[in-house]
Design a protein. Structure first.
Lengths: 490, 101
């Protein structure tokens, strides 16, 4: 909105414009079918997402600010467009197992992804706020999509109330930032804040309010409390989507906002580094300790996703030091690589949880007992994904963690690195507990688990398994191409 | 400047009232009204800063978007409340206690 970058070219938004048009056409198109509306919507939606990803990949990277500074076009925009397209396609595949007749869950998912695309290039307060809400509002509906399940309804209730509250708090912070600086673009706000010499409490307070609002979206402690409940109550395929895509969108927003947090350095002695170091350490420790006591796989993965948000925040703590261009590039690469790896391994883990839930009727630990003997392939897949989430070599999760720790060591933040390694050790305990249940314990005969033999590794299931497990294995051995590609984006 | 302070005071009072409603009210609709107060307090801030302090129209634009988003959010929230009411015959938020850990 500021006249700083007075470029009104719509070209950088071309993928979004095409996507929005295609999405609207898809709503009408779906009405012409009686059967398999879900399948048709998912296939057409995937084509649309591929188009956006390809357009993003081949765009000639005219880096800069567009539409009066409200849209940023750079390497991160390209990366996030591709990441969100992938996450949405895999999640749509998971949704197909349960909702192949309804078009609505797929349309809601696609609408949410529209917001994510906008968010990837958000350059000012208004774009960021509207994009975040476009991500969130369809998610609230998706959480409650099992209309006759009280737990699903309750998940939606908690999600919408806390979500709206956190957006309100963030917006209140933004309004003060606008008042203090007279600008709505992040670059402008940052410059104005740096120019302020007085130690003023208003700036600290408004930045904290903004951080709380963003922290909610990425399930950062202390605003993580909604996460286990919402993840447990939502349909499993929707939970898989929540744990990856809106979370990555939150990180995209935080990545754009980092520039606004940097001027804190000179104020109060509460520097941005301290803020992000504490947030990261507390978030990962709390997530890992919380996961130990869980008996439901969905809740366990919810706490694990909180812990992983903590790991990714380590990268942001490095960015908060206002590092040299070299270190900035390394830390950003580490964050983005981790987000990409986390997408595959977490969606994969949820794919197996969903499979077991459909085949055996539940997702608490009892239903996983003896899975290794009855369902060899799903058990093996889950073991791979959980080891990767722990960060054991030679899996992708290890490389992701390694890049993050390398960035920390390069930035001389040894304390946080040690806390991170200690947390990795804690996480090994609860991930291995699941694997022990699958391979060493026999199913409880009193529980009377009925295996629904109609649920098998169908062609769709095999494709989803391959799409998630191959990158999890391959990126552990040949991470170079992806890491170099991400590195070249900055 | 004096009138700016008046608006800022009103908006902070609205914000605190919204937070209090969120914390003390049991009916989901009342909680939603609290959230609307918070969103509107931010909107009021944007307009007041735009009129009295910053001298540009960015704040007014932001306020328009806030109003639109608040309406969309309220529509979705009410639909979710209605669905839960159909299942549990109550709209009290503390009756929603199936999920905990």
């Amino acid at each position: 909105m500021s006249m700083g970058g007075a470029n009104v070219d719509l070209i950088p938004l071309l993928p979004e414009v095409i996507y929005a048009g295609g999405f609207l056409a898809l709503i009408v198109f779906g009405l012409f079918f009686r059967k398999n509306r879900g399948t048709i919507t998912a296939v057409c939606g995937s084509i649309l997402l591929v188009v956006v990803a390809v357009l993003a990949a081949i765009s000639d990277m005219s880096v800069g600010l567009y539409l009066f500074g409200s849209v940023v076009q750079d390497g991160a925009t390209v990366f996030f467009r591709i990441l969100f397209s992938l996450a949405a396609m895999i999640s749509a595949g998971l949704l197909l197992f349960r909702f192949s007749q309804d078009a609505e869950p797929f349309l809601l998912l696609l609408a949410s992804v529209m917001g994510m695309f906008l968010l990837a290039g958000a350059g000012d307060i208004v774009t960021l706020f509207v994009a975040l809400e476009v991500v969130s509002i369809p998610s609230y509906v998706l959480a409650g999509y099992k209309r006759n399940d009280v737990r699903s309804g309750e998940a939606a209730l908690k999600y919408v109330l806390y979500g709206a509250l956190s957006s309100g708090i963030m917006l209140f912070g933004f309004s003060y930032l606008y008042g203090l600086t007279g600008d709505t673009s992040f670059v402008g706000i940052s410059a104005q804040l740096s120019a302020r010499t007085a130690n003023d409490i208003a700036m600290l307070a408004s930045l904290l309010l903004v951080l709380i609002g963003i922290g909610y979206k990425i399930a950062m402690v202390p605003v993580h409390f909604w996460c286990p409940d919402v993840y447990e109550g939502s349909p499993t395929a929707v939970t898989a989507f929540f744990s990856v895509a809106p979370k990555a969108a939150g990180f995209a927003a935080l990545y754009r906002l980092m520039v606004v947090f940097l001027p804190l350095e000179t104020q109060h002695g509460v520097s941005a580094v301290l803020l992000f170091t504490i947030a990261s350490a507390v978030t990962m420790t709390f997530g890992n300790l919380g996961a130990i006591w869980q008996t439901s796989l969905k809740r366990l993965l919810a706490y694990s996703s909180i812990a992983h948000a903590g790991y990714i925040l380590m990268g942001f703590a490095v960015l908060a030091t206002d590092p040299s261009p070299d270190l900035y590039r390394d830390a950003s690469t580490a964050i983005f690589f981790y987000l990409a790896v986390y997408l595959f391994m977490n969606l994969g883990a949820f794919f197996v949880v969903d499979f077991v839930e459909r085949r055996r009727g539940g997702e608490t630990f009892e239903y996983f007992r003896g899975l290794g003997k009855t369902d060899t392939i799903p058990a093996l897949l889950l073991a791979v994904f959980l080891f990767s989430l722990t960060g054991l070599p030679p899996l992708a999760g290890f490389v992701g963690k390694f890049l993050l720790f390398a960035a920390l060591v390069k930035g001389k933040m040894f304390g946080l690195a040690i806390i991170g390694i200690a947390n990795t050790v804690i996480s090994l305990y609860y991930y291995v507990r699941v694997i022990r249940e699958m391979y060493l314990n026999d199913p409880d005969p009193e529980l009377g688990i009925r295996i629904d033999s109609g649920v098998r590794m169908t062609r769709l299931a095999a494709v989803l398994a391959l799409v998630t497990v191959v990158p999890t294995l391959a990126l552990g051995l040949w991470w170079g191409p992806l890491a170099n590609w991400i590195n070249a984006q900055f | 400047m004096n009138s700016l302070l008046v608006y800022l005071t009103i908006s902070i009072v609205l914000f605190v009232l919204g937070l209090l409603a969120m914390m003390t009210r049991k009916n989901a609709v009342s909680v939603l009204m609290g959230i609307e107060l918070i969103l509107n307090s931010a909107g009021l801030n944007f307009v007041a800063f735009s009129r009295f302090s910053t001298g540009n129209l960015n704040g007014q634009t932001a306020a328009v978007f806030v109003i639109i988003v608040a309406a969309a959010e309220a529509a979705v929230a009410l639909a979710i409340f209605l669905n839960l009411y159909r299942l549990k015959a109550t709209a009290e938020v503390d009756q929603a206690d199936e999920l905990r850990g």
